[in-house]
Write a protein that binds this ligand. Structure first.
Ligand SMILES: [Zn+2]
Length: 475
């Protein structure tokens, strides 16, 4: 690999993607960073790549993702969130071995990279033993993706539990942070993912969130996400307990109202929406656009590969459609189609959420999320030659509304080319696929002991018992 490359002749989305500024400039990459943007760049010794066939956009940033679940692809297509909590979180997570977390994380990350996502958060809530934590982080680092790997403090429902208290889990998070510092450098950062408040209450949440403050790292949470009548706002509870601060990324927040969003804005918190799971699994409408209007930085994520692909093109379009469906239906019923105001959420907005908005959410906006001099060279080259992308009267709108993963020709992370000619690096692709297949087969076989891949819900299970923290009751 050369550490000095000039991508020549492309149309490049420069600066905040929301501005939609495509420019005919060359991109010079030196030592993994964007050194210059300009016309007819030349430099002695640089490798010159003819990119006249491409739009170059910043790599996508996935702002909510549980990578370990790639081991269960295709399982939750017809699940509600409650089905998911029972089957995946309360049952299958407990039988995942460390190697399965490794295989899921590596497979998920390779899928993300293949899709044009160069940076992701990983909320790992499958840490059954210390080995599971090490395996997840190791796979994240090995994949070559950028991002924040978050230690999930969730109490695992394994039959035999290694961790029997929150103190042990917190101590293990410190162990990972302290002993794996060589892995935790610029490209991969450490974060904390507290348990859901609906499962453990505010006192334990306070202890878990202070770990993040002590370690000065990202805190990535599920917040205001489990809608049921009469359940109080978690954002209000966090505010009252003095637990909101800026280095926090709150995912979902579907039940957040105007007052909740004002609190998140006041304390500098960020949010991420996952339209495909939120719309499909009964969680509510995505909050990103409302948060954005309230002054809260918003990103998009693809959440769980047990349900859907890590495809940010789809996430952008579902975000647009979901938000528009909500506001349009209201206007249709009130004033009708001809009196309706124009659409508020624009294609450029969702492109911003999928890139720079997510980077802000992860605290990585100085590193990635846009193509600017000084940032890491996290680039996606979209092949714009085919009939599906021509004629393009507006490149940004064409990408948001028409492009697919099939158009992602080249993916670059920190100057490293991980995909070119439409193919991921062969050895990484083969290893990831083999690991996913092995772990998928193992989970299918092991799950037979408690009812198979979709074990029936017992009578006792429901809103009040969904997260008792006790081991699963399977025999
Ligand atoms: Zn999640």
């Amino acid at each position: 690999m050369t550490n000095h490359t000039i991508y020549q002749g492309a149309r490049v989305l420069v600066g905040d993607p929301r501005a939609g500024s495509f420019q005919d400039v060359d991109v010079e990459v030196v030592e993994g960073r964007i050194a210059r943007l300009g016309r007819d760049l030349e430099a002695e010794g640089a490798e010159v790549v003819d990119a006249g066939w491409a739009w170059i956009i910043p790599g996508f940033v996935d702002a909510h993702q549980h990578m370990w679940q790639a081991t269960m692809r295709g399982l939750t297509a017809d699940f509600t969130l409650a089905d998911y909590v029972w089957v995946i979180r309360r049952n299958h997570s407990g039988i995942h071995r460390a190697v399965d977390v490794y295989n899921g994380t590596l497979g998920a990350a390779v899928g993300l990279l293949d899709s044009g996502t160069t940076c992701s958060v990983d909320y790992n809530h499958c840490i059954v033993t210390p080995d599971h934590a090490d395996a997840g982080l190791e796979a994240f680092v090995e994949s070559g993706i950028r991002g924040v790997w978050c230690y999930g403090l969730y109490d695992q429902p394994a039959t035999t539990r290694t961790f029997t208290s929150v103190e042990q889990r917190i101590a293990d998070a410190h162990r990972v942070r302290d002993t794996r510092s060589s892995d935790l450098e610029d490209r991969v950062r450490f974060g904390i993912a507290p348990t859901e408040m609906s499962l453990v209450g505010i006192d334990q949440i306070a202890r878990e969130m202070r770990v993040g403050r002590d370690l000065d790292c990202l805190i990535h949470t599920h917040t205001n996400a489990r809608w049921r009548p009469g359940y109080p706002s978690e954002i209000q509870q966090l505010a009252q307990a003095g637990l909101l601060w800026s280095h926090q990324l709150h995912s979902h927040c579907n039940t957040a109202d105007t007052a909740d969003l004002a609190l998140l804005a006041e304390f500098g918190c960020k949010v991420s929406s996952t339209p495909e799971t939120e719309l499909g699994m009964g969680m509510g409408y995505p909050i990103a656009a409302a948060a954005d209007r309230a002054g809260v930085a918003a990103g998009l994520g693809t959440d769980i590969q047990s349900n859907n692909s890590p495809d940010m093109f789809t996430a952008m379009r579902l975000m647009l459609s979901g938000e528009r469906a909500r506001s349009n239906q209201k206007a249709l019923e009130e004033v009708g189609i001809y009196e309706m105001e124009g659409l508020q959420l624009k294609a450029a907005d969702v492109m911003h959420y999928a890139t720079l908005g997510g980077a802000i959410g992860l605290g990585l906006e100085s590193e990635c999320g846009s193509i600017d001099v000084g940032k890491a060279a996290d680039l996606v080259l979209i092949d714009r030659r085919g009939p599906r992308l021509n004629p393009s009267l507006d490149p940004l709108s064409t990408i948001v509304m028409n492009a697919t993963i099939a158009d992602v020709d080249t993916v670059v992370v920190g100057g490293e080319v991980v995909k070119s000619g439409g193919r991921m690096r062969a050895e990484l692709l083969e290893k990831a696929t083999r690991g996913l297949q092995e772990s998928g087969a193992y989970i299918r076989e092991q799950s037979q002991a408690y009812g198979g891949l979709v074990p029936p819900k017992p009578d006792w299970w429901g809103a009040d018992t969904a997260g008792s923290g006790a081991p699963t009751t399977r025999a």
